[in-house]
Design a protein around this ligand. Structure first.
Ligand code: BDR
Ligand code: CA
Length: 307
C-alpha cells in the first residue's frame, strides 16, 4: 500500500478524489488536511469530514491548515463552481466530529517523521509550501508531491491560470522550486478525462457513496454547461489520486515549470518549457496525456464498490 496524505479543499472533485482514495486498496490514507480554496477553511474542513463520514472513515485524522494564501491578502473562493457550502448538491448530514487540534502542517510533519509518504495536494499549495519552509529536513521523506494544478496551455480562472495555482502562486513557486519530486497534473489532462452525466447517474443505485457522487455531479455540471456548453465535467482532483493508484493512466514528461508570480495577466500561470527553450533543468513530471476511459472506469468502479 502507498501511504498518502490528501491535502484538499472540498469541493466537488475533491470529494470524488477522497472517495476514490478511500475505495482503493492500493492506498493507505494516513491523513486528510485542508486548505482554503474552493470555499473558506471552515467550510472545506467540515466538508472533508462529511465526505469521510459518507465512506464510514471515522479513524482518519483530519486537520485544518492555512486559511489564506501566503502573500495575497484575501482568500478567493470558487462559489460559482462549488456553491455556497463548497459542496452544494447532496444532502449531507453535519460533520460527525471536529478536526484534530493540530495544524495541518504539524500533522503532515508528524506523519512524515514516521515514514516516507506521498502528498497529494488538490487545492492551493499553501500548506505544502509552509511544510517545506518549516521542515526542510523532512523533504527527503516526501516520496512524491502529486499536484493537481496548473496547465501547459489552458486557464480556468484567467486565460493564463488554473485555480489552485492562481489562488496562491507564491506557494506554488516554493513547491515547484523545492528539492521534492513534483508531478503536475494540469488542466491539459483533466479536461480530456471527463465524467459524463450518464456515468455519474449510473452510480446512484450502487450505494450511499454512489448516490452522493451522482448528486455532486448534478450540481457541478451546471457550471460546466454554462461555461463549456456540455455537461461532462472534469474531475480534476480524482485524476491526481488515480495517478497514485495506477501511474500508467497518465503519461508524464520531465520538464521545467516556472510559476508566474507577477501581477500582470499571466499571474498564476505555470510556464512549462515544453520545447526546451531555456536551460532551466526539469523540476516536474508534467502530465501530457491520459487514458480517459481507464480513468473513468477506475473512478466509477471504485466509488460504486463503496457501500
Ligand atoms: C481545481 O480547482 C478547484 O476548483 C478544483 O477542486 C480543482 O482542485 C481545478 O482547477
Ligand atoms: Ca480542489
Amino acid at each position: 500500500k502507498t501511504p498518502v496524505i490528501i491535502d484538499c479543499d472540498p469541493g466537488h472533485d475533491d470529494a470524488m478524489a477522497l472517495l476514490l482514495a478511500l475505495a482503493s486498496p492500493e492506498l493507505e490514507v494516513v491523513a486528510v488536511t485542508t486548505v482554503a480554496g474552493n470555499q473558506t477553511l471552515e467550510k472545506v474542513t467540515a466538508n472533508a469530514i462529511r465526505v469521510l463520514d459518507v465512506a464510514g472513515a471515522r479513524d482518519i485524522p483530519v486537520a485544518a491548515g492555512a486559511g489564506r494564501p501566503l502573500v495575497h491578502d484575501t482568500a478567493r473562493v470558487a462559489d460559482e463552481v462549488h456553491g455556497e457550502t463548497g459542496l452544494d448538491g447532496p444532502d449531507l448530514p453535519p460533520p460527525s466530529r471536529e478536526p484534530e487540534a493540530i495544524h495541518a502542517v504539524e500533522l503532515m510533519a508528524r506523519e512524515l517523521r514516521k515514514r516516507p509518504l506521498t502528498l497529494i495536494p488538490v487545492g492551493p499549495l499553501t500548506n505544502i509550501a509552509l511544510l517545506i519552509a518549516m521542515y526542510p529536513e523532512l523533504v527527503e521523506n516526501i516520496e512524491d508531491i502529486i499536484v493537481m494544478g496548473g496547465a501547459i496551455g489552458l486557464g480556468n480562472v484567467t486565460p493564463s491560470a488554473e485555480f489552485n495555482v492562481w489562488v496562491d502562486p507564491e506557494a506554488a513557486k516554493r513547491v515547484f522550486e523545492s528539492d521534492a519530486d513534483v508531478t503536475m497534473i494540469g488542466l491539459d489532462v483533466t479536461h480530456r478525462a471527463m465524467l459524463s452525466a450518464e456515468r455519474a447517474e449510473a452510480l446512484r443505485e450502487t450505494g450511499r457513496a454512489g448516490a452522493v457522487v451522482a448528486d455532486l455531479h448534478a450540481f457541478y455540471r451546471r457550471f460546466h454547461l454554462e461555461v463549456y456548453g456540455h455537461d461532462d465535467t472534469p474531475v480534476h482532483d480524482a485524476l491526481a489520486v488515480a495517478h497514485a493508484i495506477d501511474p500508467s493512466i497518465l503519461h508524464t514528461t520531465q520538464l521545467s515549470v516556472e510559476i508566474d508570480v507577477t501581477h500582470g495577466p499571466a499571474r498564476g500561470r505555470t510556464v512549462v518549457d515544453q520545447l526546451r527553450r531555456t536551460d532551466r533543468p526539469a523540476n516536474a513530471h508534467v502530465a501530457v496525456d491520459v487514458d480517459a476511459e481507464r480513468f473513468i472506469d477506475l473512478l466509477t468502479t471504485r466509488i460504486g464498490s463503496l457501500a
